[in-house]
Design a binder for this molecule. Structure first.
Ligand code: SF4
Ligand code: SF4
Length: 368
C-alpha cells in the first residue's frame, strides 16, 4: 500500500479545505443516506484522503454515488466538511480518468481555464467572421451566411472527437476501478442495459441522496433538456440550420422545450450557488461557475437567434449565431470530456462498474 502525503494537499486545492480536521469519529457515515447499503460513505474516502492512500482512492466508485446532500457536513463535529471532500474527490477522479491532462489544468488553474474558454470562443467567432458566405440583409438567410454542409461537417467532427475522448476516459475509469476476473460478455451487456438507462432517465439516486424533490426535478429536467439538445444537434442540425421546419414542427417544439428546461435548470443552479442556499452550495469551484454561465449564455443566445429569425432581423441573427457558436465551443469542448458535464457519463458508469465488481466478487466466492 503506497502512502502519498501530497494527496491531501491536492484535494484541498480541489475544494476539500478542512479535511485534516477529521478525527475519524464516523458520525458522517452514520448520517449518510447512502451508507445503508453497507458502504462506509463518506468516512472511507476521508480516511484515504487523510492517510494519502492514492491508489485506493483512485479505485473507488463511491464518490460518484454522492450528490452532495450535505448531511455529513452539517453533522461533522470537527467541521471537516466531508461533503466537500466527496466533491473534491470527484474532481480529482476526473483528472485521473482523463489521459490528456487537460482536466488537471482546468481544475488547478482558473486562469488557464478562463483563457482556454476565451481562446475557443474567439477562434470560433473569428472563424465565422472571416469564413462566412454572402450576407443577405434583406432576409435572414442562414444557408448563404454559413452553408449547412460546413456547419454539419464541423458538428460531426466535434461530436466524434468528444465521444472518442469520453469513451477513452470511461475506459480508463473501468481499468482503474475493475476488481476481479473477466465476466461473460452477456453479463456486461445485461448489466449495462439494467443500470445505465434507468439511472440516466430517472436520476433517482439524486433524490435518494438529496431528499429534495425540487432539486431532483430541476436536475432531471436539466438532464432531459441537455439530452434533447444533444439529439437535435447531432441528428438534425443540418435541417435546423437551413430552417426547413415550420414553426409548429415537433422538432422545433422539442427545441423550445429543451431551451426552457436548460434555462430553468441553469438559472436555478446559479441562483442557489450565488445565494449559497444550502451546505452543498457553500463552496463553488471556478469550473462550476464557468459551466453554468456558459450553459446559460449558450441557451440564451440560442433563444435570441430564434427571435431574430422570427422577426427577420438578419444582421442581429448573424452576429447572434456567431456568438452562440462561440459560446457552445468551450461549453462542449471543455465541459463534456474534461469537467463538470462528464458527470453525466461517470455517474451511471460508476453504478454499472460497481455492479460488475459485485458479480466478480460473487464468482470468486467458493461454492458451498
Ligand atoms: S469527517 Fe467529521 S464526522 Fe466524518 S469521521 Fe471525520 S470528524 Fe467524524
Ligand atoms: S454529501 Fe450526503 S450523500 Fe454525500 S457523503 Fe455526505 S451525507 Fe453522504
Amino acid at each position: 500500500m503506497r502512502v502519498d502525503h501530497r494527496l491531501a494537499d491536492e484535494l484541498r486545492e480541489l475544494g476539500a479545505r478542512n479535511i485534516s480536521q477529521c478525527y475519524s469519529c464516523g458520525v458522517c457515515t452514520a448520517i449518510c443516506p447512502l451508507s445503508e447499503e453497507g458502504r462506509e460513505i463518506p468516512r472511507r474516502m476521508v480516511r484515504y484522503a487523510v492517510l494519502g492512500l492514492r491508489d485506493r482512492l483512485e479505485r473507488s466508485l463511491e464518490p460518484w454515488l454522492c450528490y452532495y446532500c450535505g448531511e455529513c457536513t452539517k453533522s461533522c463535529p470537527r467541521g471537516a466538511d466531508p461533503g466537500a471532500l466527496m466533491m473534491a474527490v470527484r474532481r480529482y477522479l476526473i483528472t485521473r480518468y482523463d489521459f490528456t491532462g487537460i482536466s488537471r489544468v482546468l481544475y488547478r488553474s482558473p486562469l488557464a481555464e478562463a483563457l482556454l474558454a476565451a481562446a475557443l470562443f474567439l477562434a470560433v467567432v473569428l472563424g465565422v467572421y472571416f469564413l462566412h458566405g454572402p450576407v443577405n440583409l434583406e432576409r435572414v438567410d442562414m444557408e448563404s451566411f454559413l452553408p449547412a454542409g460546413v456547419v454539419d461537417a464541423a458538428d460531426i467532427a466535434v461530436a466524434a472527437t468528444l465521444a472518442s475522448l469520453l469513451l477513452a476516459n470511461a475506459y480508463r475509469m473501468y481499468r482503474l476501478t475493475r476488481r476481479g476476473p473477466r465476466l461473460p460478455l452477456t453479463a456486461y451487456i445485461t448489466e449495462l442495459v439494467k443500470t445505465v438507462p434507468p439511472h440516466f432517465f430517472t436520476q433517482l439516486r439524486m433524490l435518494k441522496c438529496r431528499g429534495s424533490v425540487r432539486d431532483w426535478v430541476m436536475h432531471a429536467l436539466t438532464a432531459y433538456g441537455y439530452g434533447i439538445v444533444f439529439v437535435l444537434v447531432v441528428l438534425f442540425l443540418r435541417a435546423i440550420h437551413a430552417g426547413v421546419y415550420p414553426a409548429a414542427h415537433p422538432l422545433r417544439l422539442a427545441g423550445y422545450v429543451a431551451s426552457a428546461l436548460l434555462l430553468a435548470g441553469a438559472g436555478y443552479a446559479i441562483y442557489g450557488r450565488a445565494r449559497r442556499s444550502s451546505v452543498a452550495r457553500q463552496y463553488s469551484h471556478p469550473t462550476d461557475w464557468l459551466f453554468l454561465i456558459l450553459l446559460l449564455l449558450t441557451t440564451l443566445t440560442g433563444v435570441a437567434l430564434h427571435v431574430f429569425k422570427y422577426l427577420n432581423m438578419p444582421l442581429e441573427a448573424y452576429v447572434c449565431y456567431a456568438v452562440h457558436l462561440g459560446l457552445a465551443a468551450p461549453l462542449l469542448i471543455l465541459e463534456v470530456p474534461f469537467a463538470k458535464w462528464s458527470h453525466i457519463a461517470y455517474r451511471p458508469l460508476a453504478i454499472y462498474f460497481a455492479r460488475l465488481n459485485e458479480l466478480r466478487a460473487r464468482r470468486l466466492q467458493p461454492s458451498p
